[in-house]
Design a protein around this ligand. Structure first.
Ligand SMILES: C[S@@+](CC[C@H](N)C(=O)[O-])C[C@H]1O[C@@H](n2cnc3c(N)ncnc32)[C@H](O)[C@@H]1O
Length: 363
């Protein structure tokens, strides 16, 4: 994977791209700008529809990990480090080191840390880290929408285990969907079948208001992906399998995305609060169903290394073997959640058709 891309070249391009995003602001119509979607995701992760990006992941850590705060944390691709600052304020970790290649993001992060009185607890490193470099040991490794920007995710998950102290914690909240956004046919069909039901008013392209967004969702080409950011979803399709390899003790909570990331992409900018709430709610129900069917774009994972097992793993320089009992349990559970997913999907799609018919008759 990505054999022709050097990490240095990719990171230089990413630095330019992400500095531009920071200074010009991101486009409208993205799921993370929609509070109802963020609450939905948080509820899937921790059981409560909390406000704020990654609030569910933080709550999960607080509910699960004993003896907080952890001492030293590290994040690669931490952007402006705000999510790491939130880990500090939530009492999860005392201090964090953030590695980030985009200068504008680091500059912004330093200002925010100062404003929040956290400048002595967040250290920014504006450079590319080599996974072979000895940087010491940490108690928390935090990946937030950044592991999917690494060219070789397996190498970075192996690194994550290596740099953790015994009893250390891995918290990952990331895009785990198709590499280079090469969506599987199934996901394109699910997303397009929802999109086809939407009335024109919800498909107005906010960048060109006289045009409609396409009803058929298609894959971007690899050339388009490489031109915009060569680190985007560079190896994301391998994250869940590599996680299982290096952190067999990790618990994974799939947070979906086929609906809110694919089907509603750009269109969601047209949804008005109080007017289209029911439609959004059903789209999110469908999203749940698809996650249960194993179609997810995002996931949150939490792992705590047991002291002895971790030492043994490090001595042998390989992670512990997966427990076959756990795998068998997961398979049975997988079959059950898939059956639930299918039932949910059929019920929710019927409701979408009903709601859309009502919207159409009102217009
Ligand atoms: C999607 S952003 C996420 C930022 C932050 N974690 C957040 O959630 O707000 C991905 C970030 O990874 C950075 N990045 C990409 N490749 C990197 C690398 N090899 N080392 C460090 N940062 C990198 C980009 O500059 C960008 O700021």
């Amino acid at each position: 994977v990505n054999a022709d891309l050097s990490p240095e070249k990719a990171a230089a391009h990413a630095a330019e791209h992400w500095s531009k995003v920071t200074t010009t602001g991101s486009v409208r119509g993205r799921w993370w700008q929609v509070p109802a979607v963020v609450r939905h995701i948080n509820e899937r992760v921790c059981g409560e529809p909390l406000n704020g990006l990654s609030a569910g992941a933080r709550q999960w850590v607080v509910d699960t990990i004993p003896g907080l705060p952890l001492d030293r944390g590290i994040a690669i691709g931490g952007g402006n480090g705000v999510k790491e600052m939130e880990l500090i304020t939530a009492g999860i970790v005392r201090s964090v080191e953030v590695f980030e290649v985009a200068p504008a993001r680091v500059a912004q992060g330093k200002d925010v840390a100062t404003e929040r009185g956290l400048a002595d607890r967040v250290t920014f490193h504006e450079r590319l880290l080599d996974p072979g470099e000895d940087i010491g040991r940490y108690d928390l490794v935090h990946w937030n929408n950044a592991l999917h920007h690494m060219l070789d995710v397996d190498e970075w998950l192996a690194w994550s285990r290596r740099v953790l102290n015994p009893g250390g914690v891995l918290l990952l909240d990331d895009f785990v969907g198709a590499t280079r956004f090469q969506w599987p046919r199934r996901q394109l069909d699910y997303a397009s079948s929802f999109r086809r039901t939407l009335p024109d008013a919800l498909l107005v392209d906010h960048r060109y208001p006289d045009r409609l967004l396409p009803r058929e969702i298609v894959r971007p080409t690899i050339t388009q992906m490489l031109a915009s950011d060569p680190t985007e979803a560079a190896d994301s399709g391998r994250i869940l399998a590599s996680l299982q390899r290096h952190f067999p003790e990790a618990e994974v909570r799939e947070t979906g995305g086929v609906m809110y990331h694919l089907a509603l992409s750009d269109s969601v900018a047209n949804f008005e609060s109080g007017v289209h709430d029911a439609l959004l709610e059903v789209a999110l129900l469908l999203d749940d169903a698809l996650s249960d069917l194993g179609e997810t774009h995002y996931a949150v994972a939490l792992a705590r290394l047991p002291d002895a097992a971790h030492r043994k793993a490090r001595d042998l320089d390989r992670p512990p073997e997966p427990n076959p009992g756990v795998e068998q349990g997961a398979r049975v559970l997988g079959q059950r959640t898939r059956a639930r997913g299918l039932r949910l999907w059929r019920r929710a799609r019927q409701r979408v058709l009903g709601i859309v018919t009502t919207i159409r008759s009102r217009n």
